[in-house]
Write a protein of this length. Sequence first.
Length: 485
Amino acid sequence: MSGKWHLGLTPEHSPYARGFDRSLAHLPACSNHYAYEPQLKSDDETPTFLEASYIALHMEDDKYVKQLPEGWYSSDGYGDKMVDYLKDWHEREGEERPFFAYLPFTAPHWPLQAPREYIDHYRGVYDDGPEALRQKRLQRLKELGMVREDVEAHPVVDDEIKPWDEYTPEEKKLSCTAMEVFAGMVECIDTNVGKVVDYLASIDELDNTFVCFMSDNGAEGAAYEAYPLVQSGVMPHLQKYYDNSLENLGNGNSFIWYGPRWAQAATAPSRLYKAYTTEGGVRVPFLARFPTSVTVADHARNGGITDQFATVMDLAPSILDMAGVSHPAPSYKGREIVPMRGRSFYPWVRGDSPRIHDQDFIQGWETCGRAALRFGDWKIVYIPKPKGPERWQLYNLAADPGEIHDLAEAEPERLKKLLKLWDQYVIETGVIPLNPDLGDFIEATEAQMPENAWMEYDYWKKGARDEPEKFMRKPPRFQRVVKQF
């Protein structure tokens, strides 16, 4: 495994402790892609917003990495390390033992940063602005048959920032350059995926390997500059310690994001973006290359496109199915394990099933006080204000993939049915109920502490780089964040 972990900061929660033979794990949610860490003045502290994403904290196997290599850039580092691990596997075990490899990049998460040679490929490409890009991409999706010709795209939601036509030429240039940097980050990911694929081909293992690539969520569209917490603490901090001049954007000592308009150019025709339970937040691309040893029907061969519904939970059962291995539930090596919620998509791939999931399959989502549940082609969505009406909405995704026409009033019985399924999903999965005012969020979250609390890392203290575990703590984090809001 090489890349983002985000499932714990301590050795007992590392990928090495969870079954990976080799791992270079980026432990926090995100960090500077060049591992740039400004030296804070003695009277300064990192704003809460940045605490979990400030330092490029890594573990290799069961040891913290005290110093990343000179010239480090995240995507290159993870790609190179994965090739090293595969070389080691090939030399030690080769054909005697199969491998599972996981390569989760931190890019293109903010801060938007990329090597200059990649950014330069996109100079001027986005100068017409985000709406022009949105329309161009939407038209291309139609030409490729990935959306219907008559699809109705959800309107752009960008109420927290001023209209594009009110931007000064300088502001537009900064915004378009941020998009150029983002594109450079994506191309660098592509290059590093290519390194791994090329290596597998060089040892004659590519055709014996199932390869898949996907995103973890919709495009990041938050306008952080509009948040009071960011305006009061983060922006002054960035101005003090970073250089966000036009010429410097994309370098390690810059710190930018690209906002809701560019994000919705990526998620069109869907509604909204990351952190929302609308289609723009949860519908992502998935690409797969199958080994020659498995049967693949024409509809799933090279270049095949489908809008079949599937979830990340389907990956494990699909891989086991293709390998001819049964999941061991209800017990494994003397301990109780739960059955998988996902379903193998291999029967659909080989042409034995018309759908991956039956129409009675239930899938729920919840995050940050937002929720959704899908049942067949129907979906209920709960989005608090200001991005939503703060009530459950009902959509037919087959007819309305943009989630534009709320059918809650027109079909009250169907809404009731899906709400009952939501209650069932909450019980089955242990969803913590959230309210938009964060009141119940605090109570419910603190009920989980200290057992499941997120760790904070006081990286700026003397000795923290050498012995990180001594500078981690479980604070009343959420209380402090809410007070700052």
